[in-house]
Design a protein around this ligand. Structure first.
Ligand SMILES: *Cc1c(COP(=O)(O)O)cnc(C)c1O
Length: 394
């Protein structure tokens, strides 16, 4: 693949001992997020799921395009509050501790994504007599067989620790119809059922979530104003130039809202907002051929960029040639299919496998793309005690 020239030039200009480094193209991120926002109709709120990448500069760059942030721990809550003090927050996540609940009550979050009946009791117990909070019930909404077939990570539509089982929703509603409901105001249903959905697939799932929620409300004589249909918009690591079709998605949501003008929809993508703005730049340390296969060993590895190991893909990259070679010994190199590996003493430290390259030599730079989400922040940084990467913002 090719990486934008501003990024490859920056990576080429970094000294070898300043590598590896994460490079975030904040200008590109702002442009992308603004295009996503522009594709969505009024009536759709855009929240960013901070767990995809909570880097402060990334959160700040998104601020003008998002309506709020979804946080899933007290740590994320405190961090996002600091980066975007005025932004509405939705607080979700399974297994909230009493301390986290207390912290989120104190912070005054905009929406609670409640994951169980017990959590309703816990939240109510954490409030004093005057306090009111707005809750969404996270439900493992049943969807038609096949709706989540292509999904990379299914959170719902099958047995799941996330959210309420549909069978438990009636008791949650009964609880909210009682005294607890004075303080916990039910605003609607939240469902995040999987990731890796195309626009058409997400629209089909969204429609089912909305219909299920409307039927639930009718059955119980309630009115929900809000449905949060989660994130999970696809990012295709095998096709770096492909993008989730936000225009198609926005059009589809617009049609859905035309039929239900009273409804407010909320989405909370993570990966599809920030994956493309991040790069992991490094240097080739050595190149060798083992039993006919070429390996380029780079500074760093999957302890900084765990995404390919976690998802089982080849991280897309570009070779940025460096002509200078100041050593007296022969320069290691290879052409053809090469696997890129890191410095960890494990065969799992594989960033890309058997990818054709024109040439790769020790001293060349490698710029891995699509490293802006679930990359640095999900990696096992201290395994083997190599130095952490630098961070740079364009
Ligand atoms: C992880 C997560 C998201 C974001 O998912 P992406 O696949 O990054 O878009 C949104 N909502 C919830 C509840 C999540 O757990």
């Amino acid at each position: 693949m090719t990486v934008p020239s501003n990024v490859s030039a920056f990576a080429a200009g970094l000294a070898a001992d300043a590598l590896p480094a994460y490079v975030y193209d904040l200008g590109a991120l702002r442009t992308h997020a603004a295009a996503v926002r522009a594709a969505l109709p009024a009536g759709v709120e855009l929240y960013y799921a901070a767990k995809a990448n909570p880097d402060t500069a990334v959160l700040e760059a998104l601020r003008s395009s998002v309506d709020g942030y979804e946080v899933s721990s007290a740590g994320e809550l405190a961090h996002v509050r600091q980066a975007a003090p005025d932004a509405p927050l939705a607080f979700g996540g399974p297994g909230k501790t009493p301390a986290e609940i207390a912290a989120a009550v104190a912070a005054g979050v905009h929406r609670w994504h409640v994951e169980s009946v017990q959590e309703l009791y816990q939240l109510a117990a954490a409030l004093d007599g005057e306090q009111r909070v707005d809750v969404m019930l996270r439900v493992n909404v049943p969807v038609a067989e096949g709706s989540l077939e292509s999904v990379a990570l299914a959170m719902g539509g099958r047995p799941s620790p996330f959210g309420l089982d549909p069978a438990a929703v009636a008791s949650a509603l009964a609880l909210l119809a009682g005294p607890i409901g004075q303080q916990l105001r039910l605003r609607g249903i939240h469902a995040h059922l999987g990731s890796g959905l195309s626009a058409a697939e997400h629209l089909a799932v969204t429609e089912q979530i909305v219909n299920w929620s409307a039927a639930l409300a009718t059955r119980h004589g309630l009115r929900f104003d809000e449905v949060n249909v989660g994130g999970g918009m696809a990012v295709d690591y095998a096709h770096p130039s492909a993008r989730f079709d936000w225009v198609e998605f926005g059009d589809g949501l617009g049609k859905l809202l035309d039929r239900r003008p009273e409804l407010r929809l909320r989405i909370e993508p993570g990966r599809a907002l920030t994956a493309y703005c991040g790069y992991y730049a490094t240097e080739v340390l050595d190149v060798k051929t083992s039993q006919g296969e070429h390996f380029a060993v780079v500074r760093g590895g999957t302890h900084h960029l765990r995404t390919p190991a976690t998802k089982g893909h080849d991280q897309p990259f570009a070779v940025v040639p460096v002509e200078e070679w100041s050593h007296p010994w022969p320069r290691p190199g290879a052409a053809g299919r090469v696997s890129l590996t890191g410095q960890l003493c494990t065969p799992k430290d594989l960033l890309a496998q058997g990818i054709p390259v024109a040439e790769v030599r020790a001293g060349d730079r490698i710029v891995f793309a699509m490293a802006g989400a679930y990359a640095w922040n999900i990696s096992h940084h201290d395994f083997l005690m190599h130095p952490h990467p630098g961070f740079h913002y364009l």
